[in-house]
Design a protein around this ligand. Structure first.
Ligand SMILES: Nc1nc2c(c(=O)[nH]1)N[C@H]1C(S)=C(S)[C@@H](COP(=O)(O)O)O[C@H]1N2
Ligand SMILES: [Mo]
Length: 566
C-alpha cells in the first residue's frame, strides 16, 4: 500500500459503489502504488466568471496600453515584432488568477449551444485590455452575422463551430455560412483598402503587396480550386468518449464529424508571389505564415504563426485566397486574405494572413512547434516533450457517417439509407467508400454514381442503401480506400493519441435495427399502432401480450414437442 492510500473499511458511503464500478465518469479515484507522495486534494475551486488580482502581484506599468497596430485593422495587435511589448503583456497577464478550465472530457458535455463559453479566453483578453477588450463581443457578433442559425457552437470564444449533421453533406460544396470555423482567438476586422501583405525573410526582394496587386492578373495568374479543409480535431469526441486525453495543450472543442468543409477558393498560388519576390535565398526551406489575431498560450500573447515547407509551395499547393465560393471571404474565414494549404491539416491554412516570411526551419512558433503533435502512447501526459511528437501535416484517409445518428433506432425495409463524407489528404482522393451494417465483417461498396465528383484536394459526399438483416443493436461502419489504396484503422482505439488529433479510424455508428421487411416484425409494429402504444423507449415491456394463452396452445398443437422420450 502506498503512503497516502487509505483502506476503506466499514459502511459504504451511498455513492461509493459507483466509484467502485467506475460508473461515475467525472470522479476518478487514485490508487497510489508508488513510494511517492501524491497530493490529490483539489484546490478549492470557486466557479467564478472573473479573474482575481493576485495578492502578491508585481506592480504593472499603467502607461502600457495595447493599441491597434494599424489604421483600419481592427483587432490586429502586432506581437512578433515587439519582444518588449510581449514581456509587458506577460507581466500584466501574470498579475491575474484565472478560473480553471471547464471539465468536459470526463464530465458530461453541456447540452447547451454554445456548448462551452470560453470564460478564460474572454478574461485573458480583458486582462490585457486596450485593443483586445472588446474582441470577444465583436467576434460573437460576427458569428451571428455570418454563420447559419443551425450551427453547433462548440466554443463561443475563441469561436469554434460546426454545422449540424443534417446539413454538412447536403451539398458537396459547403455553403459559406455552414463551413465549420476553428479560431484560436478573435476575428479581426480589416479594411481591405488599408490591407497589405508583407513578404520578407529569406526572399531575394522583400515586398509589400496590396490586395489590388494580388488581384492584378497582369502580375499573377488567378487560380480557383475546390479544396477541403479539415481540422485535425475532427471526430475528436470519439477519442474523448474512449479515453480522455490532452497533454500540454488544453483541447478546445469536442468536435464531432463536422470540422471539415469544402469550398471553391479563388486567389493566387503563393509560388508565383515568391517568384515575384525574386525567389528564395539559399537556405530557405519553409515559409512562415502570420495571422493577425492575438493568440494566448502559457501566459504569452502572440500572433497566429505556422509554417509550410517550400516543397509544398513549389507544387502550387498553397493558395492565397480572397474568395470563397465566388463570394468575398467572410470575415470569419479570414477576410481579406487567407492561405489555403491543400491536403494538409487545417491549422496551416492561416486566416487574416498579413505576412509571409521565408525561413530555414519549420517555424518555432508554438502552434507549429508545440501543438498539433501526434504523440506515441508511451509518452504520457506528464512527459510529452514537443520534440517527441510528429508535427501533423498531410491528413490521412478518413470518412464519416452523417445519417443515421449514433444510438438511433432505425426502422427499415431490409436496407438502411446511409449518408456521409470521405476524404484523403496529401493530394489523394477517395476511390471507394464501403459501409458495413454488421460491425465491419461484410462491406458493401457505395455505388460510384452515389459519390460526388472526384477532385484531387476535396472530399466526396456519398449516400447508399445498405442491406441489413438484423434485429436489435448493430454497428454501421464506414471506410474509405483512397487512390493509393490506403484505408482506415478499424477502431478508434487504433488511432487514439494524447492530443486527440486525427481520428481517422472507421467511423462507427451504433444503431438499433428494426427490420420491417420481416413479417413478424412488421406485424408487431402494426400491433403497437392498434394498441395505441409508443414504440419507444425500446427498453420498456409492452402493455399488450404478443401471444394469448389460446394462441400459445394452438401453436404447440402443431409443433414438434420440446423433448423426446427416447
Ligand atoms: N489566423 C488564424 N488562422 C487559422 C486559425 C486561427 O485560429 N487563426 N485556425 C486554423 C485551424 S486550426 C483550422 S482547422 C482552419 C479552419 O478554417 P476555417 O475556420 O475557415 O474553417 O483555420 C486555420 N487558420
Ligand atoms: Mo484545426
Amino acid at each position: 500500500m502506498g503512503p497516502n492510500q487509505k483502506e476503506s473499511v466499514g459502511l459504504q458511503p451511498p455513492n461509493e459503489w459507483k466509484l467502485e464500478q467506475g460508473l461515475d465518469p467525472a470522479q476518478l479515484g487514485l490508487r497510489n502504488q508508488s513510494n511517492l507522495v501524491i497530493h490529490t486534494e483539489s484546490q478549492p475551486v470557486t466557479a467564478t466568471n472573473s479573474a482575481e488580482l493576485r495578492p502578491d502581484a508585481d506592480d504593472d506599468d499603467p502607461a502600457f496600453v495595447v493599441g491597434e497596430e494599424r489604421k483600419g485593422w481592427k483587432g490586429y495587435v502586432e506581437w512578433e515584432e515587439y519582444p518588449e511589448k510581449k514581456a509587458k503583456a506577460r507581466k500584466r497577464f501574470s498579475r491575474h488568477k484565472f478560473p480553471p478550465p471547464p471539465e468536459f472530457q470526463l464530465g458530461p458535455v453541456p447540452a447547451t449551444n454554445p456548448v462551452l463559453e470560453g470564460v478564460r479566453w474572454k478574461l485573458w483578453h480583458k486582462a490585457i485590455g486596450g485593443a483586445l477588450s472588446n474582441v470577444p463581443e465583436d467576434s460573437w457578433k460576427t458569428v451571428l452575422e455570418e454563420k447559419h442559425p443551425g450551427m453547433l457552437h462548440l466554443l463561443q470564444f475563441p469561436y469554434n463551430g460546426e454545422p449540424p449533421k443534417g446539413l454538412l453533406t447536403k451539398e458537396a460544396i459547403t455553403p459559406n455560412d455552414l463551413h465549420f470555423v476553428r479560431n484560436h482567438g478573435g476575428i479581426p476586422d480589416i479594411d481591405p483598402v488599408e490591407f497589405d501583405l508583407r513578404l520578407d525573410g529569406l526572399v531575394n526582394e522583400p515586398r509589400v503587396l496590396t490586395l489590388d496587386d494580388l488581384k492584378n492578373e497582369a502580375l499573377f495568374p488567378r487560380t480557383s480550386m475546390l479544396v477541403t479543409i479539415q481540422c485535425s480535431g475532427t471526430r475528436r469526441v470519439e477519442q474523448i468518449g474512449e479515453y480522455a486525453g490532452e497533454g500540454d495543450e488544453m483541447i478546445n472543442a469536442p468536435w464531432a464529424e463536422g470540422a471539415i468543409g469544402t469550398a471553391k477558393w479563388t486567389g493566387v498560388s503563393l509560388k508565383k508571389i515568391i517568384k515575384y519576390c525574386g525567389g528564395l535565398k539559399g537556405d530557405a526551406k519553409h515559409l512562415e505564415l502570420y495571422g493577425a489575431e492575438t493568440y494566448f498560450k502559457g501566459g504569452d500573447c502572440m500572433n497566429y504563426v505556422v509554417s509550410v515547407p517550400w516543397s509544398k509551395v513549389k507544387a502550387n499547393e498553397v493558395l492565397l485566397a480572397w474568395e470563397m465560393n465566388d463570394k468575398p471571404l467572410p470575415k470569419i474565414h479570414g477576410f481579406p486574405l487567407r492561405a489555403v494549404v491543400m491536403g494538409y491539416i487545417g491549422a496551416r491554412s492561416v486566416k487574416w494572413l498579413y505576412r509571409v516570411k521565408a525561413i530555414e526551419n519549420p517555424s518555432r512558433a508554438p502552434v507549429q512547434s508545440r501543438e498539433y503533435l501526434y504523440f506515441q502512447q508511451q509518452y504520457g501526459k506528464h512527459n510529452q516533450l514537443p520534440t517527441l511528437g510528429i508535427q501533423i501535416q498531410e491528413m490521412p484517409v478518413s470518412s464519416a457517417i452523417m445519417s443515421p445518428w449514433h444510438k438511433e433506432i432505425v426502422v427499415h425495409n431490409g436496407h438502411i439509407e446511409v449518408t456521409g463524407w470521405a476524404y484523403s489528404g496529401g493530394g489523394r482522393w477517395p476511390e471507394r467508400v464501403e459501409v458495413s451494417s454488421d460491425g465491419g465483417w461484410a462491406w458493401y461498396a457505395v455505388p460510384i454514381e452515389n459519390l460526388s465528383p472526384k477532385h484531387k484536394y476535396a472530399w466526396r459526399t456519398w449516400s447508399a442503401s445498405i442491406p441489413c438483416d438484423h434485429e436489435g443493436w448493430t454497428e454501421l461502419v464506414v471506410r474509405c480506400w483512397d487512390n493509393s489504396l490506403n484505408t482506415q484503422p478499424m477502431n478508434v482505439r487504433h488511432s487514439w493519441n494524447w492530443g486527440l488529433h486525427v481520428t481517422s479510424s472507421c467511423h462507427r455508428v451504433k444503431i438499433y435495427s428494426v427490420n420491417a421487411s420481416r413479417p413478424e416484425t412488421k406485424k408487431r409494429l402494426e400491433q403497437f399502432e392498434q394498441h395505441g402504444e409508443n414504440f419507444l423507449p425500446i427498453t420498456r415491456p409492452t402493455e399488450f401480450k404478443y401471444m394469448s394463452a389460446e394462441e400459445y396452445e394452438k401453436a404447440w398443437s402443431t409443433m414438434e414437442p420440446r423433448d423426446v422420450d427416447n
